[in-house]
Design a protein around this ligand. Structure first.
Ligand code: F0G
Length: 359
């Protein structure tokens, strides 16, 4: 009997639920199958009986949830015979597109806002050999240009307006249902270009319609106050937030996101940059989980809504942590107050430092 089992990525895993042919050449880096971690210390300090799980998407191959959609988008693009793909990005999509294009021997063109993407993401796009265009504009400008140029040049768009992206991303909802044996009561996540909320709703709805589960979660999505078009009710011109991943004023999946909110009877809300960073730190310090600032907003939302009673006691809540904290080391180091001691390279000095810091 063979006990060998190699996980080969989400297309292989969820083939029956994806628009994929048996003979399609799959471009995969083993994405998906990310841990669903139960929070322990934070709920204890809340004094409420709730179960909070985080879907740690930072453990995908390029460190964000984008890989779920990108394995599908690049696989399908290659199948169609394309040689080049293009995206606008706040960083993670460009990192993912660059990696999967490299694997498929395709060219990736990426448009990123000059100076407004986290260093780790820029490093990834560079290392994977993407052709990087730093534009003097924001993500929304990049998105407009990408849509225009795709009509004039032989490149396929791999932003989440590419329908295969959402198909891949919906598998995160499948994994959550399988891990819990049911759907959560509430699903909390960050809201930027609005592809991910649309994909999760698609995934939860598909398993619901197939009769695999008998309910769907309320979708609760959160924006940074300086970049909150869904809270303002219209696109905004100059989005700003330290959570650069969600620094977006004109979300592409506008209608789909509203539909997910309405159908699920969930809600949208907003957080200041200070609140976002505080929650990022809370997760790192209290649970040992390092996510990027944008990701932490999902947990910020869950905690606020639990405290206020909007999410009732007894609820099962899942939060998507969309990207790894290592993506943005600068923001992490800038906000860290923890002691970095300067100590002489001597036994006595190290011992003193230990004794002074043990309570
Ligand atoms: N969290 C992270 C870490 C992201 O990178 C993004 C989007 C989101 C949340 C929001 O997800 O757009 O589906 O609502 N990043 C895109 C990018 C825009 O270019 O990497 P969304």
């Amino acid at each position: 009997m063979s006990f060998a089992h190699r996980y080969t990525g989400l297309i292989d895993r969820y083939r029956d639920f994806l628009p994929i042919r048996d003979d399609t050449r799959i471009i995969s880096l083993g994405e998906g199958n990310t841990p669903l971690i139960r929070l322990h210390n934070i709920p204890t300090s809340l004094n409420k009986t709730v179960d909070i799980y985080v879907k740690y998407e930072g453990l995908n191959p390029t460190g964000s949830f984008k890989d779920r959609g990108m394995t599908m988008a690049i696989t399908k693009s290659l199948e169609t015979g394309n040689q080049a793909v293009i995206c606008a990005s706040t960083g993670n999509t460009s990192a993912s597109a660059a990696a999967y294009a490299a694997r498929a021997k395709m060219i990736a063109f990426v448009l990123i806002p000059d100076g407004k993407i986290a260093q780790g993401k820029l490093a990834q796009a560079m290392m994977h050999g993407a052709i990087i265009m730093q534009i003097q504009g924001n993500f929304d400008d990049g998105m407009r240009l990408v849509k225009e140029v795709a009509d004039h040049a032989p490149v396929e768009i791999v932003n989440s307006i590419n329908p295969f992206r959402l198909q891949g991303q919906k598998t995160a909802a499948f994994e959550i249902i399988e891990a819990l044996g049911r759907a959560p009561d509430y699903h909390c996540l960050p809201l930027g270009n609005a592809g991910n909320i649309s994909a999760y709703w698609m995934g939860y709805s598909q398993f619901y319609q197939e009769g695999i589960v008998n309910k769907r979660p309320k979708m609760c999505a959160y924006q940074a106050s300086g970049s909150a078009p869904f809270l303002r009710g219209h696109p905004i011109d100059n989005p700003e937030t330290i959570a650069t991943a969600i620094r977006i004023g004109n979300p592409q999946s506008w209608d789909k996101a509203w539909n997910a909110q309405r159908e699920s009877q969930g809600w949208f809300d907003e957080f200041t940059d200070a609140e976002i960073l505080a929650t990022q730190k809370l997760l790192a310090e209290q649970e040992g989980i390092f996510c990027e600032p944008a990701s932490a907003i999902s947990v910020a939302g869950a905690l606020r809504d639990i405290k206020s009673g909007k999410i009732p006691e007894g609820s099962l809540i899942t939060c998507t942590l969309t990207g790894h904290g290592l993506k943005d080391p600068d923001t992490a180091i800038q906000q860290s107050t923890g002691p970095v001691l300067k100590v002489k390279a001597e036994l006595s000095a190290v011992k003193t430092a230990i004794l002074e810091n043990i309570s």
